[in-house]
Design a protein around this ligand. Structure first.
Ligand code: AP5
Ligand code: MG
Length: 217
């Protein structure tokens, strides 16, 4: 079992890389952003609390996100390990994660920081869209479907964009990252867990770099 955190600002490629690792290695992607969006869509109590906060680009409360992560870790499919994508995002969440893992006799193996140039991220995010059916990710410039308008994976012709993927909200999301998330890196640094990957390289190159870390190469 290998448990890793993918850390990086909005648009760094956390979701792109996590879904590849899930596909290639049978690890499970735990994206708090995806879980919260599903809750908003379903209109659950968590979703009702999270909706406006997410649309403003601010962070949802630590209690809510650590709660949904704890519930998810108890499901039986996480045996090959977990990729935390977008969690933890604050010092309090990092402390909760330590407890959640310790309670289950587990530990973290790597914290992989995707190093990126923030100026390039706005373009990445505002160009992003996903398949409405299977959630495969695409980009207007960097990753178009092979056949225009048709999902490569499931053949659906419907796509969607996130309501928080506009320039103004992206700026708030980045400010939140700098103020609350980047400062948790030293917690993992002192434990020798942090590995850095150039997140500005091509998507395949980033994947290879992460796989090398997982394989201890
Ligand atoms: P979340 O969904 O986690 O969003 P985020 O952190 O802002 O990150 P993104 O999903 O935007 O970026 P990504 O790194 O996954 O990039 P991607 O792979 O898609 O969170 C959303 C909101 O939910 C938060 O603002 C907050 O309100 C709430 N929330 C979530 N978790 C929370 C928590 N723990 N605590 C509190 N609140 C929480 O890539 C982006 C684009 O670039 C894609 O189009 C992709 O195709 C392209 N791309 C990727 N890699 C490359 C590359 N190497 N080269 C060129 N293009 C690339
Ligand atoms: Mg994401």
């Amino acid at each position: 079992m290998t448990n890793i955190i993918l850390l990086g600002p909005p648009g760094a490629g956390k979701g792109t890389q996590a879904s590849r690792l899930e596909h290639d290695r049978g690890m499970i992607q735990l994206s708090t952003g995806d879980m919260l969006r599903a809750a908003v869509k379903a209109g659950t109590p968590v979703g009702l609390q999270a909706k406006a906060v997410m649309e403003a680009g601010q962070l949802v409360s630590d209690e809510i996100v650590s709660g949904i992560i704890g519930e998810r870790l108890d499901q039986p499919d996480t045996g090959k390990g977990v990729i935390f994508d977008g969690y933890p995002r604050t010092a309090a969440q990092a402390a909760s994660l330590d407890t959640l893992l310790a309670d289950r006799g587990q530990a973290l193996d790597h914290v992989i920081e995707l190093e990126v140039d923030e100026d390039a991220l706005v373009e990445r995010i505002t160009g992003r869209f996903t398949c409405a059916k299977c959630n495969e990710g695409y980009h207007d410039r960097f990753k178009q479907p092979k056949a225009a308008g048709v999902c490569d994976v499931c053949g659906s012709t419907e796509f969607k964009r996130r309501p928080d993927d506009n320039e103004e909200t992206v700026r708030t999301r980045m400010a939140e990252y700098r103020a609350k998330t980047a400062p948790i890196l030293p917690i993992y640094e002192v434990r020798g867990l942090v590995k850095r990957v150039d997140g500005m390289a091509d998507i395949d190159v980033v994947t290879s770099a992460i796989e090398a870390i997982l394989d201890g190469r």
